[in-house]
Ligand binder design. Structure first.
Ligand SMILES: [Fe+2]
Length: 260
């Protein structure tokens, strides 16, 4: 499995506190069946600033430590970028990181609302050839209340990235319900851990994928799994979630049977 969103780099943000903590997280990731992790420290979220060169240096160092420790996990550079005023300018100046150097860029909204300029920012990024990946939309109060807010962004070409623990039910049944609903609406294209540590916010991807298989079916499981791989490989992802196309067909047949 490939994980496109994690806070595994030490000394960066509220993720791994030091090198030992990062190595322990890496061991958890390996044990969970993860082969590649994109490190995405918070950037410009009002608390943490993590410039691209610092992240790249920390990724190099962690990969060296992993080799020394005999852990085959591969760590790639990324950034979880809060929507902020100079985002587009800074991206143009080459100061921001996409996911593993791909066209996919991980964006974070505030938890309480969808920023007023969100559609504009996504639209501008898409025009420039980027694909915005919206981190954990299920944890945004406005999206949870009104999923069409996310639908508008995915219709523009953005992707929704669900957090594994939200789907697994670790954050409570309400958040799990919102997560499954967003999947069924076709607004989620990828799942990631957003791991911060080994205890409270671990990787747990395999557990989330079990829920996907059980609740949404094997086709959706494959869809999520392959999309993570395609993002890291900078390939075009598949946008239509099989569970969505299934439900559309279901609605269509429901319509005909009602007519009949
Ligand atoms: Fe995160």
């Amino acid at each position: 499995m490939i994980d496109i969103h994690s806070h595994i780099l030490p000394f960066m943000d509220d993720g791994a506190a030091d090198v030992d903590a990062a190595l322990a997280m890496a061991q958890d990731a390996h044990n969970d069946g993860i082969t590649t992790v994109v490190a995405t420290p918070h950037h410009a979220n009002g608390v943490y600033m993590n410039p691209a060169p610092d992240i790249e240096a920390a990724v190099r160092l962690l990969n060296e430590k992993l080799q020394e420790a005999g852990n085959p996990l591969q760590v790639l550079p990324g950034q979880e970028i809060r929507i902020y005023g100079d985002l587009l300018d800074d991206l143009e100046k080459g100061q921001l990181l996409t996911l593993a150097g791909s066209r996919y860029i991980l964006l974070e909204m505030p938890s309480s609302r969808v920023p007023r300029n969100m559609e504009e920012v996504c639209h501008e990024l898409i025009i420039q050839g980027y694909v915005p990946v919206i981190a954990h939309p299920e944890r945004n109060a406005e999206v949870a209340e009104n999923p069409t807010k996310l639908e508008r962004l995915t219709e523009l070409g953005a992707l929704g990235q669900l957090t594994a623990q939200s789907l697994a039910g670790t954050f409570g049944s309400k958040l799990q319900k919102v997560s499954l609903d967003l999947c069924r609406r076709g607004t989620i294209q990828v799942i990631a851990s957003d791991a911060h540590d080994s205890s409270n916010r671990p990787f747990g991807l395999s557990e989330a994928y079990e829920v996907v298989k059980k609740q949404l079916g094997n086709e959706t499981f494959d869809f999520f799994l392959h999309n993570s791989r395609r993002i890291v490989a900078n390939e075009e992802i598949i946008r239509v979630n099989p569970v969505q196309s299934g439900s559309k067909l279901h609605r269509l047949f429901g319509f005909f049977s009602r007519k009949g």
